[in-house]
Every structure is written in C-alpha cells, then in structure tokens.
Design a protein around this ligand. Sequence first.
Ligand code: NAD
Length: 471
Amino acid sequence: MDTVMAPGIDVADISTESAYLLVQKQRRFFETRQTHDLDFRIRHLRALQDAIVAQEKSILEALYKDFRKCEFEGFVTEVGFVLDDLKHTLKHLRSWAKPERVSSSLMVMPASAKVYSIPYGVSLIISPWNYPFQLLIAPLVGAIAAGNCAVLKPSELAPNTSAAMKTLIKSAFPEEYVSVVEGGVATNTRLLEQKWDYIFFTGGTEVGRIVAQAAAKNLTPTTLELGGKSPCVVDKDANLDVAARRIVWGKYLNAGQTCVAPDYLLLDKAIEQPFLEKMRATVREFYGENAEQSPDYPRIINDRHFTRLKSYLSDGDVFAGGETNAAERYIAPTILRNVSPEAPVMIDEIFGPILPIMTYSRLDEAIDFVNKRPKPLALYVFSENSDVQNTVLQNTNSGGGCVNDTVTHLTVPGLPFGGIGDSGMGGYHGKHSFDTFSHKRGILSKPSMFDIKLRYAPYKGKLKWLRKIIG
Ligand code: NAD
C-alpha cells in the first residue's frame, strides 16, 4: 500500500492492486444479480435515507468544519436536497423501471417491442469539494435506483465531509455493493485505470478531459458534469428589486463556490447605476455591513483558491466588497466594474464571491458575447419582456438555466441537470438519474406462429411489396 497522503486529507491513497480488487469484488456481487431486483434497490434506498437522517448532525458539522457552511445552507443545498431526491425516487421507481412498450414496425409485424432499463454494472462516481455531500450522494441515488454497484470517490479538499460520507456509506451498505474510497489525485488516477461499466464525474473541465480519456480506453459510457462561466443577462425591463435579490442569493450562496452561480453579469447600460446600487444594498441586507461577521457567509475552501480569487480583485474597479482576510480565507461579496473581457476574471471560471459586470447597449451584443465563449453550464435572463426572454433563449446555448431566477432550475427533478460542450455531457436528477445509470435495452419479441416470407431470399418480385409497406 502506498503511504503518501493526499493533500488536505488524512488518508493514504489507494494502491493499484487494492483498486483492482475492489472492482473485482463489486463485479462478483453484481453478477449475483441481486441488484437487479427492484425490492433490493428500494430496500437499500431506504437504508440510505435512514442513515442520512440518523447522521444528519455529523454531516452538517463536517460541512461547517470544511468551509463554514452554515446549517441552513448545509441542509437546503446538501442533506435536504438529497433527501428530497430520495423521496421522489422511492415514490416513482417502480413506474420508471417498468419496461416501456413502443410500437413495432410494419416490417416485423406481428411483434411486440419493449425498452428495458437494465443496470450497467459497476459504476465509479467522482465528486468535487464545493457541494461535497450532494454531488457524491445524489448520483448514488440514481446508481442504486438503476441497479448498479458503486465506488464513490469524494473530494480530498473537503476532508471532514469525505470522512463523514465514508462512515455513512459503511453504515448502510456492504463494500461489495457500495463503497467510498477516500484520497486525492493519485487515488483517482488508480481508480480510473480500472475497467468500469459507468463513470459519473463532477468537477472541472480539464479533469473532465482526463476522465474522458481514461474512459475511452475501455469504451466506458460517461457522464461529465463540468464547470464554466455561466452568464446572467439583466435587461432594462427586468424587475430590478427581485433580480437583485435572486442574483445576490445565487452568486454569494456558498461564497460563490457553486458550479451554476452567475459567473458574470451582462447588464443593460441603461440600468447600470441603479441596478448596481440595488445589488450593493441587497448584499448588506443579506450579510450585514461586514459579511465577515455574518454566520451565513462561508469561507473559501483553501489557500490556493483564496490566492487565486484575491488576484482577480485588481482586474477592475471594486464597486462593492473587495475586503479579504487570509487567515480566515474570507473574501467579501464583491462587485467589480470596468472589467476588460480579456482580464483573467473574465477568462477563468471564477468559482468565488466576485461578480464582474459587463454592459451592453443592444441585446444582440450580449448574445454575441455569450456565443463567442464556450457553451456555459447555466444561463440566466432577467426581463419582464417575453420577447427579450425568448430572443436570449433562442439565440444562445447552455446546459440549462432560468428566466428571472438563478440556480433553482436544479431543484426541479423533472429538469435534466447537465452541461453542453465544455460544460459537460449527460444529465441527471429525478428520473434522469435513473435513465443515466440505465442501459436502454430494446427487445423485439415475435411469435413463431406467423412467419411472413417477404424478407427472405430469393428476393425476386418482393421489392415492390416492401416499397409499398415502407413508403
Ligand atoms: P476537480 O476537477 O479539481 O476535482 C474533482 C475530482 O477529481 C476530485 O475528486 C479530485 O480528487 C479529482 N481530480 C482532481 N485532479 C485530478 C487529476 N489530475 N486526475 C484525476 N483526478 C483528479 O474539481 P474541484 O476543484 O473539486 O471542483 C470545482 C469544479 O467542479 C469547478 O470547475 C466546478 O464548476 C465544477 N463543478 C461542476 C458541477 C456540475 O454539476 N456541473 C458541480 C460542482 C462543481
């Protein structure tokens, strides 16, 4: 066993041999076909639900220790989110799992055609640190619901939550079914060297490329939930009070460390001054005169990200915030104006509480600005004018998004959550999670009683009949 510790975590990285043995163990368990049974899946989803409820306090404490995520945000965006997803899945799983009858073609009549959702097998779920509980356990709900085994690799950058999830999973599942492997990049690399039946990765775009390359070696199907810069368009016809509240909430939630946080604003020049003043007043309303004193405002996850974020503060003029405290890894909710589109803060994914403002005079300038950049994970448009809403939606691309809100689209289980282009591929939540972790097996079933000879050789004289059927 390699004894090198991953940064931020007090756990040795897994050896290649241990990774291999774990996958083999899960594969043997999967081959017993126990996970195919719907009652088995439902029983284990309930076991997960019970374990989360029983260990909620220690999970919330771990989130606080990792980056001072307060109980309210910890519950709403992590534990409560997953419990809601579990409830929804338990309510609908029997109907989702039913084979879906589809009409068969005239060519093969009489026949019945059905789509069966079958599990892939042994899945690997890799998550980032920013919503460390939700982003590991919500995909697991889909993996279990669809009948898979799973190895979970939490982020080493949220070590307390990683340890709490190891305890949680150990208490609910045998390791041949679901297992947590803690560790850093070396652990992930060794896990990725194994042959998986499905890989579900959430993290940055560059690491997403590494995962996709590893998956390609074994032609493993993969979901990539990646990041990027999500734009937020604010039109002059927006309800400015509501827009300010919903943008400030979505941007500074988790101190901006949210994959779908509005990364930057595209603001109609006509409302620049009044809107920015409303935003500044809203920040004070939410977090007080000094957000450092607010019990509701988290910290930056580590020193590397603190230093990176602090460097962006000189990329424009600070309109609000700008204060920092390295010892606390605190960065105030900040609004930056007069920023060049070529400045680092407008090139990198910000992933922190700094909001640069871009302005436009005509809506098509804002649309061009979005379209000249990689396709974002989310796009937001604030306007009371439905023509403006439709023009923005119809002329841009994004993984998902909201009209007159930010972030909340991911709370709707009926909406697939995922990226497009550089922001990822595939989607999940609700039934989409079940579908993501299921192979859709199409089976045609024919009786032997009738055997129409039209398709068999010799073909002479048959084509004209086939043309009639197909045409
Ligand atoms: P990351 O990509 O650095 O890490 C994610 C996981 O990959 C971790 O478990 C880590 O151990 C592992 N990893 C890191 N470097 C690796 C390497 N070189 N080889 C193999 N494995 C490696 O991401 P992060 O910094 O933890 O999280 C932030 C990123 O995640 C942001 O880009 C954010 O937008 C994105 N994100 C996306 C979503 C989404 O749902 N689309 C959600 C949250 C975060």
